[in-house]
Design a protein around this ligand. Structure first.
Ligand SMILES: [Zn+2]
Length: 322
């Protein structure tokens, strides 16, 4: 489905089957000379067909179209190499672009999951069912790298890049100050809570995320255009809810531990998750992966707050209340 958001700005709804996110919002800005597509959908046929249909509905000339990807996740970046033409610029966060480096691979992440209690026999399956592994762009796109403060101008839209690490380390929102628009990517969603995970203890993803929420809190915004599902107007109200949510989740981690020493996988197994499974054993392995990553992000945050202690030195890292 393709609909108009405002003069010169459209949204193509791209279905994401089997994902709790349900659909991706691909935003299209059209002008007399260049156009801009913000995010693209997974590199899989159902998404490609939806994008092709939207492009036809809008009569969009891809040879005059550039692309901006809010962050490296495959539901946003997946189709960019198939849609971009030789004359397209692909704007991409300098930090997130590291995942396309030739020496970047999944092994350190798998090892890290293992030392956090993720069972070895489930690791290979977790990788093979991970959407980032299955539906990423083919080949390495030729990026135009952007940073904090970069400006992209399309017609009368003037988009300022705001580095908002947390959901990914290089996540970027686009802000049009005059139009009071915030393209929030997966930094701020309305219907669901953005997934915050950590796959290295050097990174305190949840603290980064909370700081990035503060960073956009005082912007003058009339409409927030998130990467998934519903648009909304009350930016401050939503940020307050998200902060409260993570404080509650951090408290839940402590309640689950209840004085015990446990690893992150065990803690994730006892937390509550919004999924149609009663028992942890029945969770699809990809969901166990996301849950464990989220538990680690909260544990790392609690550690930095001095509320839990990380015990290293044996094969599996454990946590205890500080
Ligand atoms: Zn994402």
């Amino acid at each position: 489905m393709t609909d108009i958001v405002m003069d010169g700005l459209y949204r193509i709804e791209v279905p994401l089957p089997n994902s709790p996110l349900k659909e991706l919002n691909s935003f299209v800005i059209m002008s007399d000379n260049r156009n801009l597509v913000i995010d693209t959908g997974f590199n899989r046929e159902v998404c490609f067909e939806a994008m092709k249909k939207g492009i036809a509905d809008l009569d969009l000339d891809l040879s005059k179209t550039d692309f901006f990807i809010t962050h490296m996740h495959a539901d946003h970046s997946g189709l960019v190499t198939r849609l971009a033409t030789e004359t397209s610029r692909i704007y991409f966060s300098r930090i997130d672009a590291r995942v396309f480096d030739k020496d970047s691979d999944w092994r350190p992440m798998l090892e890290f999951a293992g030392i956090n209690g993720f069972p070895a026999e489930e690791l290979a399956r977790a990788l093979n069912s991970h959407p980032g592994f299955k539906y990423s762009p083919k080949g390495v796109p030729n990026f135009e790298l952007v940073d904090e403060g970069s400006i992209i101008t399309i017609g009368d839209f003037r988009l300022q890049c705001l580095l908002t690490p947390g959901h990914t380390q290089g996540h970027i929102c686009l802000y049009d100050e005059e139009k009071r628009l915030l393209f929030s990517g997966d930094h701020i969603l309305y219907d669901i809570t953005p997934h915050i995970e950590s796959w290295a203890y050097q990174v305190n993803a949840l603290q980064d995320y909370l700081d990035s929420l503060d960073r956009v809190y005082d912007l003058s915004v009339g409409l927030v255009l998130p990467g998934h599902r519903t648009f909304f107007t009350d930016l401050k109200g939503r940020i307050d809810e998200l902060k409260k949510h993570h404080e509650e989740r951090a408290s839940e981690v402590l309640e689950v531990m209840n004085g015990r020493t446990m690893n992150a996988y065990e803690i994730a197994a006892e937390m509550t998750w919004d999924i149609d499974c009663d028992r942890w054993e029945d969770f699809p392995v990809a969901q166990k992966w996301f849950a464990t990553g989220e538990a680690i992000a909260h544990l790392r945050y609690l550690e930095s707050e001095g509320r839990v202690r990380r015990n290293v030195g044996s094969d599996v890292i454990t946590f205890s209340a500080a």
